[in-house]
Design a protein around this ligand. Structure first.
Ligand SMILES: *Cc1c(COP(=O)(O)O)cnc(C)c1O
Length: 382
């Protein structure tokens, strides 16, 4: 069982099948009879129902890790993981371009536990070294950043962390396991918002923590105490969705690439951001590190393009936050993911109200290109 496609179908499935059921049944029960006191009780918050266990095995296979745990959301995964690997007095180093919820966790909640952090603007060993403190414990990364789709120097981060005995934690939501398995680069703990590409249909919230069993035991215990476990029904939806992750994400990669290259020369855009474009700052690095360039595209509208007529003219994409689903979604990060970021900081990060984030869905690539081209034309006329 070597390829991701085969694993997505067969890894973690009960053998023999339960009552012969081809698809994993959902056990909608909170508790289980406990007849042998020597056994660990099965209880839904302990993440040990048959639905959780099947999902954990499938996710460990897909992420190429020893062990995986599903949680109630991506933020439950991130908070449980960080509260497990960090203790009072510890310090974390991360790039500045983090997911908004993660930034808020680092700024507002972790300091209450005596956990500090430093954000770095540059993605270089010199910058990480300058941020290092005697109590630094974790180097934190995101594999493809939001919304400018930068690809960090992930191998450099792992080397640096080894040199300084740091634990590496990475949020791999944007790449998905189809395009990158960070554990194979040496990352210790891998996080996903499964609400995005793993779920893939914008119909569930879930998260994943994966990594070496050494770390996962602690995370399991923390999740048990914080209570951020996944309901069995959502486990069933996620389990179903994982079987199509390969075909979905590869199609999204291809459509995003086609859309990015079709729009790159349009007068209505100042710049198209997608790692597949040779103009992207990290194109070469993305080619080396990733199996696919991802389904997210950033459009920086030209000064002569009016934003509202552009959005009004789009007929296929839905205007909504989130990403990774079958419907193409568009949003303005200034109003969604980066709403609470200081405007001056936002400006420094290159995120203006003319920046449009596109999560490419599974519509026909030509239909999408036609729709976006017409909307840019409307923006220029507006
Ligand atoms: C959405 C997202 C999260 C948070 O996930 P939820 O499932 O909404 O809790 C974390 N990291 C990244 C990169 C995301 O896009």
């Amino acid at each position: 069982m070597s390829t991701l496609d085969t694993q997505s179908i067969h890894a973690g499935e009960p053998d023999p099948r339960i009552e012969g059921a081809v698809s994993m049944p959902v056990f909608q029960t909170a508790t289980y009879t406990h007849d042998d006191p020597d056994d660990e009780p099965r209880y839904v918050r302990y993440n040990n129902s048959p639905n959780h266990e099947a999902l954990h095995d499938k996710l460990a296979a897909l992420t190429q890790t020893e062990s995986a745990l599903v949680t109630a959301s991506g933020m439950a995964a991130i908070s449980s993981a960080l509260l497990s690997v960090l203790e009072t007095g510890d310090h974390l180093v991360a790039p500045r371009s983090l997911y908004g919820g993660t930034l808020a966790l680092l700024d507002d909640l972790l300091p209450q536990f005596g956990i500090a952090h430093t954000l770095v603007a540059e993605d270089t060993p010199e910058a990480w070294a300058a941020a290092l403190q005697p109590n630094t414990k974790v180097l934190y990364a995101e594999s493809i950043t939001n919304p400018r789709l930068e690809v960090l120097d992930l191998t450099g981060m792992v080397d640096f962390a080894e040199e300084h005995a740091l634990t590496t934690v990475i949020d791999n939501t944007f790449a998905s396991p189809v395009n990158l398995r960070p554990a194979s680069l040496g990352f210790d703990v891998v996080l996903h918002s499964a609400t995005k590409y793993l779920g893939g249909h914008s119909d569930l919230a879930a998260g994943v923590v994966a990594g070496a069993s050494e770390h996962l035991g602690d995370v399991h215990q923390t999740t048990k105490l914080l209570g951020g476990m996944l309901d069995p029904r959502a486990c069933g939806l996620l389990h179903r969705s994982l079987k199509t992750i390969g075909v979905r994400v590869r199609k999204q990669n291809a459509t995003a690439r086609a859309l990015a290259s079709a729009l790159a020369d349009h007068d209505g855009v100042e710049r198209v951001h997608h790692p597949s474009l040779p103009s992207h700052a990290h194109h070469d690095r993305a080619r080396t590190l990733l199996d696919g360039f991802g389904g997210m595209v950033g459009l920086e509208l030209a000064p002569q393009t009016d934003v509202d007529p552009f959005f009004d003219a789009l007929s296929l994409p839905l205007r909504a936050p989130s990403l990774g689903g079958v419907e193409t979604l568009v949003s303005q990060p200034v109003h969604t993911s980066h709403k609470n970021v200081d405007p001056a900081v936002r400006q420094a990060m290159g995120i203006t109200d003319r920046f449009v984030r596109v999560s490419v869905g599974l519509e026909g690539p030509d239909d999408l290109t036609e729709d976006f081209t017409a909307a840019l034309d409307a923006g220029l006329d507006g």
